[in-house]
Design a protein around this ligand. Sequence first.
Ligand SMILES: *[C@@H]1O[C@H](CO)[C@@H](O)[C@H](O)[C@H]1NC(C)=O
Ligand SMILES: *[C@@H]1O[C@H](CO)[C@@H](O)[C@H](O)[C@H]1NC(C)=O
Ligand SMILES: *[C@@H]1O[C@H](CO)[C@@H](O)[C@H](O)[C@H]1NC(C)=O
Ligand SMILES: *[C@@H]1O[C@H](CO)[C@@H](O)[C@H](O)[C@H]1NC(C)=O
Ligand SMILES: *[C@@H]1O[C@H](CO)[C@@H](O)[C@H](O)[C@H]1NC(C)=O
Ligand SMILES: *[C@@H]1O[C@H](CO)[C@@H](O)[C@H](O)[C@H]1NC(C)=O
Length: 926
Amino acid sequence: MERAVGRIALFGLLLALVTTLPNKDDWDIYSFHINSTVTSRYATTVITSRVANRMDESKEIEFQVRIPKNAFISKFKMLIDGQEYDGVVKPKEQAQQQYTEAVSLGQSAGIVSSVGRTLEEFKTSVTVAAHKKVTFELTYEELLKRRHGKYELQIHARPMQPVKDFKVDVNINEEAGINFIEVKGGLSTKALANAITKTHADKQAWVYFYPTEDQQKTCDSCSDQGMNGDLVIVYDVNRDTSFGDIKKSAGYFVHHFAPSNLPRIPKNVVFVIDQSGSMSGRKIVQTRMALIHILSDLAEDDFFGLISFDSQLFHWKRELVQATGANLESARTFARNIRDRGATNINEAVLEGARMLNAHPREGSASILILLTDGDPTTGVTNLGQIQANVKGAIKGKFPLYCLGFGFDVNFEFLEKMSLQNDGVARRIYEDSDANLQLKGFYEEVATPLLTDVTMIYLGGTNLTQTNFSQYYNGSEIVVAGQITDNNIETFTPQVVAISNNKRLVFSDTNTTTVSTGTIADHHMPRVWAYLTVKQLLEKELLVSGPEKKSVTEEALRLSLKYNFVTPLTSMVVTKPLGETTDVLHKPKEGETPPDMSAYDLPTKHHSPPMHSGWGSSGRMFSTAYLRPDFGSVGVGAGVIAGAGAGAGAGARGGGGGVGQGTHHNRHRLSGRLRSSSRKVKVHSVQVDFLEEAADYDYTAFLLPVLPRILPTIVPAHSNQAHRFLIKPENQSLPLCFDVTGNTRLKLLHHPNRELSVNGRLDSTLRGGFKKIVIHSKTDQHIEIETTAITVREGQTETRHTGQDLITVGSVTVIKRDKEIDVAAGDTRLLILIHNRGQKEFLWPVLRQLPSDPSATGILALKPAVYEEVQQTPSTKLQINNQEIDVTRSTAVDYSIESTPTLDCWLMSAESALQGSLGDFTVTQL
Ligand SMILES: *[C@@H]1O[C@H](CO)[C@@H](O)[C@H](O)[C@H]1NC(C)=O
Ligand SMILES: *[C@@H]1O[C@H](CO)[C@@H](O)[C@H](O)[C@H]1NC(C)=O
Ligand SMILES: *[C@@H]1O[C@H](CO)[C@@H](O)[C@H](O)[C@H]1NC(C)=O
Ligand SMILES: *[C@@H]1O[C@H](CO)[C@@H](O)[C@H](O)[C@H]1NC(C)=O
Ligand SMILES: *[C@@H]1O[C@H](CO)[C@@H](O)[C@H](O)[C@H]1NC(C)=O
Ligand SMILES: *[C@@H]1O[C@H](CO)[C@@H](O)[C@H](O)[C@H]1NC(C)=O
């Protein structure tokens, strides 16, 4: 019976969605900024969303963003009508009480829920009076982890509507120097690529992403509802020294250790592969593919073993053998023939893997045990604690065990605990088309051991994070933070001792050049320490029991509260204006047991939905990862409405709450929602999520049609707000001319080799000129030229020059005279004329000298036009680059000469004149 109700309720929601498309007239996100500052790999990101209620009545306005799972939220506030409402981090139990009370009063609970592989969703809402505004501000922090030789900062943008003032600003500061920086992710492609500006100096880099409203609608993963996707900033730092990068400040230190100039050490690796019945289908196919690839990557001096298991074990060979060509070929044949069948005997399989490694001790090598499974142990020893004890007893700390949990039917906590007990880590492999790449990617992280038995020693250091590491792999990084006893930097002596190829290596800060003390933004050092300490305490909490567990938990809680981190031990209580609901935000744990969803008649194990978050072919995000809790969050979200509308009864079943127990009220509220139809507006975003889920559940029939894409087009300029540009001809007598409308920001001259770029902004009110021209050189020097002043920005300092002046900024010289500004940078010379038109002054740049460099781009670097007149009647056509172009005879003022003569010209569209899109000559930021 309950099943039927659940179904009907869901069906109703889906239909409701179709009729309640979002309406930008209701509320308008007029500004959405994401500002991420990374200092020594520690990223602090602030998301600020400003929303206006455009209605004549009060509206519930929602704030919903996605942040990396690895991050801790550290601040949240709302600003309504001059009043600030701050989120407060509280111990979970206390917050829980508040939550329960709120629920019993028929109020709502906000939630942070897991979406996809790497993201969590933060959601809250507030009622805003007619024509009032609200500002939401969320801050989160994370230590970027080095994998495969790079750091990745993931920024998810999904404002739910196109936003007039949308900005992402990323600023990276790395003392060691930035080796490379790239911008990836769905939002860096196609139409949006033009909206990205990347500047890379030695120790700093900036990435600006300022898409226009149109760009936000027309990119690949965008729709009428705006962007939905990631911007991923990928970078690495210089590593000239083996000892790494150690920063000290305010009594704290953080040491990044990642030597790469070491020889690899041979490894002994045993793969233990689950082939139980549940692996059938795509999983087993992908596992075979990954294994075959991985085997091909083994080096000749590696030794390896391969076991597949279900209720029985199948050896390829009973002992480890060398990775010779013949052995690898035979192992690949074995891998190709792995078939799914039978039950899951994890205990026996892992013990056998450990036996094989123990039977093969090799001096100067690194041993690794890798388990891949997709389910719980079902045969042999099935008591989880017993298996863990057996495995720990067999491995005895001699090598790390890595557990890969395939899909969501695994008990991830069990695998995680077993890995941590044996110096390894557990990783979830998401069931998806790229599962084989995930497996391979994981293997590559551990493929090249460089050091074993790494001991990080800090004399004069205290309260250290983890200092012993069984192995160090190329492309990864060891990070240790701690406090410096009495802040005594003189006696503080760091040292690393490790084994490389049978040799004991000692690294000390005599091998380093990057020891920095007290530079910019050092206030974050204690936070890095706290972040790492809390993360590690949360892991340790898994491993210990009794009084020790209690003290570990207490310490983690104490630090979470002190540093305002929303961790699995704390929650954030968001208080709102009087009379409104209180939101309680919990951080979900990875692999948290899904709530009982049977009432919804969801497919069971056999048609498990793809647990993946990614881009569907339609370009829409289908959030999913942890499908069931997500689903739960849908319910909770929907409950907000029911709570406000349909009232109190809901709380009665509420009881405990939290992600797990949330479902009970969800269920109630989903149907409650249907009865309370008066507040449809708010449901919308909740429903979208749900729909996305639903797609995975064969409810595709209800999906909205994919919206047609609007291709960016450039409207030819006919308005009198146009600025007319001339292109000088090479041989012919008449120049070409074209118009650019509006306040366009033009790329004037970009000189990649010399790191010089000049951009200018047109001003439609000036009808013919530039309001501002900005010169960027060597990245952290910016010269802004306006008719009245020149402003120089270098890092944080800003100087303004108004009179006649000679300004030297790095390699750039700027001479300001009465009616012109002379700019010289290396062999490049630029003259910026100041013209008058009516009462208004504007700028016009003229290139005087450019070293022959084919890589220079921009309007000023355009070559003289080469064309032929091919037709005169009935209309004139010119041939340019084998293309016939319609033109009309017109006139243009030549501002490159002080006397501004008016010339005849052939008028054509900007694209024809530029032989490319105008977009190639614009920038999103000056
Ligand atoms: C971004 O945040 C940093 C650090 O709080 C601040 O210095 C900077 O001005 C912010 N940038 C923008 C564009 O708001
Ligand atoms: C470690 O990685 C670096 C760069 O990623 C590479 O240059 C080096 O050759 C690698 N070392 C080994 C032993 O593979
Ligand atoms: C780290 O390793 C060193 C030497 O191998 C050992 O003396 C020390 O007790 C270990 N520390 C911890 C916390 O395990
Ligand atoms: C280490 O942390 C403890 C609290 O966990 C604190 O009492 C102690 O002062 C810290 N040690 C130092 C040297 O700061
Ligand atoms: C670091 O320098 C010390 C002496 O300054 C030297 O003994 C040691 O071998 C060096 N370590 C490495 C890894 O180069
Ligand atoms: C332009 O004129 C020069 C000499 O007057 C000639 O060499 C060149 O080929 C001409 N260019 C074109 C594109 O006709």
